[in-house]
Design a protein around this ligand. Structure first.
Ligand code: IYR
Length: 222
């Protein structure tokens, strides 16, 4: 960060504000988490623009505490699938408490994660707890701030940008997912945050029927 510059802000007529707010909602309410993907490729520049959008997220002290690894290589995807399914078998088989399994039952999920090899793109989102700068005769380690809030917002922008471009996503969190550091060659001080699976939905993809909160339930105006 260096100094200050005038804000570039475009004020819109109220009619336009309202129209844009409404049409953005119409777009976003059609986003669904997809678990059944086609193997068709998606253009790399769509992914690149979505990543740049994610990187526009606000972050604590502007430390940008994120790193995205885009995986398209079939062997890498297979290795991720194998490691994720290994963890998920433990999760579904013995680690998960009954209450958690009951909460997941309506989603129809289990330890099999075919989408990890079918979908054309996996984006592993890493949270960086530290930044490194040159200074004082060496590499200095600075603490990052509000990292989970910042990376959460960036991930929200990422899935919104992909949805806007016509790409379906799944925010997948195999747990634990430390194996991603090893498989994707990321340093130990980066924490795998979420795996975003991206691609076209399979032609016959189904999604759970769900209700979203209306305004009266999701917000209070005081
Ligand atoms: N990580 C597991 C379990 C899982 C947990 C939650 I909370 C979900 O919303 C969905 C799945 C899996 O991916 O199957």
């Amino acid at each position: 960060m260096e100094g200050f510059a005038p804000l570039e802000f475009e004020e819109r007529p109220v009619v336009e504000m309202k129209a844009r707010a409404g049409s953005f909602y119409e777009l976003m309410r059609r986003r669904r988490t997809v678990r059944d993907f086609s193997d068709r490729e998606i253009p790399v520049d769509v992914i690149e623009h979505a990543l740049l959008t994610a990187g526009s997220a606000p972050s604590g002290a502007h430390r940008q505490p994120w790193h995205f690894v885009v995986v398209t290589d079939a062997e890498k995807k297979a290795a991720i699938r194998e490691a994720a399914e290994h963890e998920e078998r433990q999760f579904y088989g013995r680690r998960a408490p009954k209450e958690w399994l009951e909460a997941l039952a309506p989603l129809g999920t289990d330890a099999n994660k075919p989408f990890l090899t079918t979908a054309p793109v996996l984006i592993a989102v890493f949270l960086r707890r530290f930044s490194f700068v040159q200074g004082g005769g060496g590499r200095k380690r600075l603490k990052n701030y509000y990292t989970s809030e910042s990376v959460g917002i960036a991930t929200g922008l990422l899935i919104s940008a992909l949805h806007n471009a016509g790409v379906a996503t799944l925010t997948h969190t195999p747990s634990p997912m430390r194996f991603l550091n090893r498989l994707l060659d990321r340093p130990r001080d980066e924490r795998p945050y979420v795996l975003v699976v991206a691609g076209y939905p399979a032609p016959q993809a189904q999604v759970p029927v769900l209700q979203r909160y209306g305004l009266e339930e999701l917000a209070t105006f005081v």
